[in-house]
Design a protein around this ligand. Structure first.
Ligand code: PLP
Ligand code: COI
Length: 370
């Protein structure tokens, strides 16, 4: 019999079929990204008029849903992604999870979904990581990827905000997001499809944004590219993001290194890695700017040798250099298609911080399990 315990708001109901240490070790070898899941998950229900109910930590597994559940028809679904890392003192810490909790609620508000108290978001993470701590990988570059999700579960076909929701938190031991590791990617600058328009959901992490991106990603593959670069919906000129990551451009100007990332206009996802890198870049002595940048500026600055590197950033892949760009207006190489020193330095700085190998001067690491 497994003990049933409670944290202040969660019932802890350990699985009766958790993986054996041998099975776990096998599944954690070269886990890739998002393919392996731990023994448990947290589920918290919401009902209009009653608010968030008693949550439960229980065995990871399928959930039952009415076929009329509104998420299946009208797509009220939001998610987040953050990571937990082993620290040298034996504890486990997460990188800026409060920022993910805040962004989750910004997404919820945009999708007319209820906000989840930030404390409950963190408590769910603490409970799940504590329960499944054996699943946190140890190597630098590996981590336990946490995936919070909220879906609309009311069985009703009227087009309106659901009156019932489910918050689910799952965890996945992960290695490199891109199977090729930190090798630079080739990008296709998409002129046929847009990711987000003013007044839309670009700043929210909602499922529909990703569904709508897949055909462009398929087109990019067809053009021999790894990822899509998104342009703004109105002018089809200003660079917004790369796939599911924010993008940075590195210039050398009068002996100074300048990193530039598109400004947040409401159509970009405000990445937590993006925000962190802006701060870390300044501490490295680089100038960091948030402003608009066009495809022609990118192409010309490369041709003139003023732009030396381009890289994308996000929780899953950390920093991925961009080695080649392709579009209907031409193709160009960036830094001879190999990783540049600024991307390499920022990647190392961020990874060292996340793995506790450098001092956390910003208070970004939250100890989750002591
Ligand atoms: N842009 C999009 C569209 C994303 O899905 C993500 C990933 O979450 C990011 C950017 C990077 O955000 P973060 O650094 O918070 O992971
Ligand atoms: C990221 O972390 O950069 C992501 O976009 C996650 C992705 C799997 C949706």
């Amino acid at each position: 019999m497994n003990a049933v315990m409670s944290t202040s708001t969660l019932e802890i109901r350990p699985s009766d079929h958790a993986a054996s240490p041998e099975e776990r070790a096998k599944r954690m070898t070269n886990p890739g990204f998002g393919r392996v899941f731990t023994d448990h998950m947290v589920v918290i229900p919401y009902k209009e008029g009653q608010g968030w109910g008693k949550g439960v930590l229980k065995a990871y597994g399928p959930i039952e849903m009415d076929p009329a559940a509104s998420v299946l028809h009208y797509g009220q679904a939001i998610f987040e992604g953050f990571k937990a890392y082993h620290q040298p003192d034996g504890s486990i810490a997460s990188f800026r999870p409060e920022a993910n909790a805040r962004r989750f609620n910004a997404s919820a508000a945009r999708l007319a979904m209820p906000e989840l108290p930030e404390g409950l978001f963190i408590e769910a993470a603490q409970a799940l990581i504590a329960q499944d701590r054996a699943w946190v990988p140890g190597a630098v570059g590996e981590s336990l990827y946490m995936r919070p999700l909220m879906i609309a579960t009311e069985a009703a076909l009227g087009v309106r905000a659901s009156s019932e929701y489910l918050f689910i938190l799952m965890a996945s031991p992960s290695g490199a997001y891109f199977p090729q590791g930190v090798k630079p990617v080739t990008v296709w600058i998409s002129e046929d499809y847009v990711r987000a328009a003013p007044g839309g959901t670009g700043f929210a992490k909602c499922a529909g944004n990703y569904a709508a991106s897949l055909v462009a990603q398929r087109q990019a593959k067809g053009e021999g590219c790894d990822q899509v670069v998104w342009l703004d919906a109105i002018h089809r000129e200003y660079i917004e993001e790369m796939g599911g990551m924010n993008i940075f451009f590195v210039y050398q100007e009068k002996g100074e290194t300048v990193v530039v990332t598109p400004e947040l206009t409401g159509t970009l996802l405000p990445g937590i890695t993006r925000d962190s890198l802006l701060q870390l870049a300044r501490e490295q002595g680089f100038r960091a700017e948030e402003r608009k940048i066009t495809v022609s500026e990118w192409k010309n600055a490369i041709a003139e040798g003023r732009m030396t590197e381009v890289f994308a950033c996000g929780t899953a892949a950390v920093i991925t250099p961009v080695g080649h760009a392709k579009s209907r207006q031409g193709n160009w190489d960036i830094h001879q298609g190999v990783t540049g020193p600024v991307a390499a330095k920022l990647r190392e700085t961020l990874l060292n911080l996340q793995h506790g190998l450098a001092p956390d001067t910003h208070g970004w690491m939250k100890k989750i399990v002591g």
